[in-house]
Design a binder for this molecule. Structure first.
Ligand SMILES: Nc1ncnc2c1ncn2[C@@H]1O[C@H](COP(=O)(O)OP(=O)(O)OP(=O)(O)O)[C@@H](O)[C@H]1O
Length: 205
């Protein structure tokens, strides 16, 4: 089984996009997202290829989150049940897991990863799930330790999102190569929790 999963999520048009006459050109059909090229068929001068062009792309998960009334609407909970639960079960088995949101500005990364108080996203749900799973750890023969870091890559710069305001540590971090362990982010904050001491998450380094 592949150890990388790729999901795509279609968000609703913003007020500005609607006002400017924007249209959704993506359709979701099971695990396939189809993108219709409107540029070719809407040229007023009639030049170019007027045939509708549809490109289809396959993913592990395709989420249609445009209209909550739609039967195929994918809520924050649906996304969590697929992706978040897989993260939690991997963590419980001792795997290192990376959850990576990629997309152009305004595409919905923050909404999916963090959400809003009324519509909680993936990372708060996963963090809550980690501590609910304390029971699972208790049944294991050895103790367990969970480490979490939270980074943003923007304009080729790595920023530490666990840095609290007031801390002197710089936001921008350096990516370095360890001779044995491979690439790593130097100086990132890691929040750690140990099952045997029942510590609340706290800063380690
Ligand atoms: N699935 C969704 N359902 C409803 N609204 C959404 C959804 N995804 C995104 N939005 C809305 O679209 C807008 C842009 O989303 P968001 O801020 O998450 O984008 P972003 O990719 O994080 O942007 P940036 O890279 O600029 O920070 C926000 O107003 C957000 O509430």
């Amino acid at each position: 089984m592949a150890n990388v999963r790729v999901a795509v999520r279609v968000r609703p048009l913003s007020k500005r996009e609607t006002k400017e006459g924007g249209r959704i050109i993506v359709e979701v059909d099971g695990k396939v997202a189809k993108v219709r090229n409107l540029k070719v068929d809407s040229r007023p001068d009639g030049f170019g290829d007027s045939r509708e062009k549809v490109m289809a792309f396959g993913f592990d998960y395709c989420y249609w989150s445009v209209n909550p009334e739609d039967p195929q609407y994918a809520s924050q909970d649906v996304v969590f049940q697929d992706l978040g639960m897989e993260v939690l079960s991997g963590v419980a088995k001792g795997y290192n897991i990376c959850l990576f949101a990629y997309g152009q500005t305004g595409s919905g990364k923050t909404y999916t990863m963090l959400g809003t108080p009324a519509s909680v996203g993936l990372t708060p749900r996963i963090c809550e799930g980690l501590f609910i799973r304390e029971k699972d750890c208790a049944s294991l023969p050895s103790s367990c330790r969970i480490k979490v870091s939270f980074l943003e890559i923007y304009n080729e710069r790595v920023r530490d999102l666990l840095k609290q305001s007031g801390q002197k540590k710089p936001y921008t971090l350096r990516v370095r190569e360890h001779p044995e362990m491979g690439p790593y982010v130097q100086g990132e904050l890691l929040w750690s929790w140990r099952s045997e001491t029942k510590l609340k998450p706290g800063k380690l380094s």
